[in-house]
Design a protein around this ligand. Structure first.
Ligand SMILES: Cc1ncc(COP(=O)(O)O)c(C=O)c1O
Length: 484
């Protein structure tokens, strides 16, 4: 029989000084659940009892409970309080999976705690700012009026009105020149890259990759048995002179020209034109990942390479997963017309098409103007948050970390100035409850980039300021003696 557990019986360990109350409570409760001190089905103490016993606010307790509910450890029902889930995830299996995830090179879970976002998690937009009520209203209306056609199945290219809306949006905001027939809906950039790699690359084909660069793209091309050619980036983007010297006859190049991942620079027009001319000359594909260019804070938007291309060489990829919310899983490709048929016949053998209902809801959300409003609001918010990070960085990071000038995106890189390597700095930050990613995680061959990737989008001003102070403290304390 499930039993009630009192706040006293719980006996939580003391909170380490560097740890937030929410994080401490979350960890202690999770440990108690995993060790069966809080057995499956048992009722947790009330938030009031916990607040009195441990001298913490009820808001903090509710946040920790909500996190554990979201992860399936707790269940809350009106009238019966909060209980430990009867069907807990098997702890041995969970641990095994966590260990395995940690071993994957460049896995996002390498960089930090997969459960709760701490400053400066790099890959998370401000999900709490998403207008979920509007989304629910639009979704409810769409589902109530869903036609049997929408429910029965769909076009392997994607929902036609959504493709039209995307083609119009890209033409206006990114200078992309395409008809809706060239647009194919996928679950995100990652699926787009996987499909593109498998359709365009034969085993052993050479592919130029930015170094440092996005490991998700490297993996997709490795999975397709491509020969990866790491090409260093400089202030203007991927160095085409070096690339041509390393391997002129590559089959494709993968680029993040609007906002290089992870260093953040924008590729110059001159460099873009030189790469397009090379692609025409050797018959290569330019794979343009425009994953977060909606968030441009200053300067004129630089049009996509796709719009500059006159040779049908560019495959353009975009995503709604950062602009809206990551679990949405909707993205798109813009293909050169000659590639559409072979791409679609391959795609049919993979997953037919993306979810028709989600595409229809997203389409309504765009057409009714909510998407544009959301982007404008987030652009302002992120610009403000970036300003706070830079401002606090100027004050506290002096001699420790130089934040690179960026004009777009959700994260920025900082170069270490205190003699630390990326990995030691990442570990030092983590020991002080700060989540960063070592830039070396994105390096293919280079060993000269020592720095950290810092996300600013999902943290408010005070979290950013506190995070900067903590990170500066960690970098100062752990610096090699010669730099101290
Ligand atoms: C450069 C880059 N491209 C693509 C993606 C993945 O996009 P999606 O979530 O649409 O698969 C990410 C995710 O962080 C990224 O950093």
């Amino acid at each position: 029989m499930p039993r009630d557990v009192s706040a006293l019986e719980l006996a939580l360990n003391e909170r380490p000084r560097h740890m937030t109350r929410t994080r401490w409570l979350y960890q202690e409760l999770l440990l108690a659940i995993l060790e069966r001190r809080l057995p499956p089905g048992s009722r947790l103490p009330s938030t009031r009892d916990l607040a009195n016993e441990y001298d913490i606010s009820r808001g903090t307790i509710v946040t920790a409970f909500e996190q554990l509910q979201a992860e399936g450890y707790l269940i809350s029902r009106v009238g019966s309080g909060t209980r430990v889930n009867e069907r807990l995830p098997d702890p041995v299996r969970t641990q095994r999976l966590q260990k395995r995830a940690k071993k994957l090179p460049g896995s996002l879970s390498d960089g930090g705690d997969p459960r709760s976002a701490r400053p400066f998690r790099a890959y998370e937009p401000a999900v709490s700012e998403f207008p979920i009520r509007t989304w629910a209203r639009v979704a409810g209306r769409r589902l109530r009026s869903a036609s049997t056609r929408l429910l029965a199945g769909g076009d392997p290219r994607g929902y036609p009105p959504l493709r039209e809306a995307i083609a119009a949006y890209l033409g206006l905001s990114r200078g992309v020149r395409c008809s809706p027939d060239q647009v194919v809906i996928v679950t995100g950039t990652q699926q787009g890259l996987d499909l593109v790699a498998r359709v365009t690359i034969k085993s052993g084909d050479a592919v130029w990759m930015e170094d440092p660069g996005y490991f998700g793209a490297t993996r997709a091309f490795r999975n397709a048995a491509a020969r990866i050619i790491p090409v260093p980036t400089d202030d203007a983007g991927l160095s085409i002179v070096t690339a041509r010297r390393l391997c002129n006859r590559a089959k494709a190049v993968y680029l993040t020209p609007a906002h290089q991942f992870p260093l953040g620079m924008t590729m110059t027009l001159e460099r873009r034109l030189a790469i397009l001319a090379w692609a025409r000359e050797v018959g290569a594909f330019v794979i343009e990942d425009d994953y977060d260019s909606e968030f441009r804070f200053e300067g004129l938007p630089v049009p996509a390479m796709q719009g500059l291309d006159r040779g049908g060489s560019v495959i353009y990829l975009g995503s709604f997963n950062k602009v809206m919310f990551p679990s949405l899983r909707v993205g798109y490709l813009v293909l050169p017309p000659e590639l559409v048929e072979s791409f679609l016949s391959f795609r049919l053998s993979v997953d037919l098409h993306a979810s028709g209902v989600d595409q229809a809801v997203l389409c309504d959300f765009i057409v009714e103007g909510h998407f544009g409003r959301h982007i404008r609001r987030m652009r302002q918010l992120y610009s403000h948050r970036l300003g706070t990070l830079l401002d606090a960085g100027r004050k506290y990071f002096n001699g420790l970390l130089d934040l690179l000038p960026i004009r777009a995106g959700l994260c920025t890189a900082g170069l270490l100035k205190n003699g630390m390597t990326s990995r030691t700095a990442e570990a030092a930050a983590s020991a002080h409850d700060i989540e960063t990613m070592a830039l070396s995680r994105f390096a293919l061959k280079r060993s000269d980039v020592h720095g950290l990737l810092l996300g600013f989008a999902s943290f408010d001003e005070s979290e950013i300021r506190r995070g900067v102070v903590k990170l500066a403290g960690a970098l100062e304390r752990e610096a090699p003696k010669s730099h101290a």
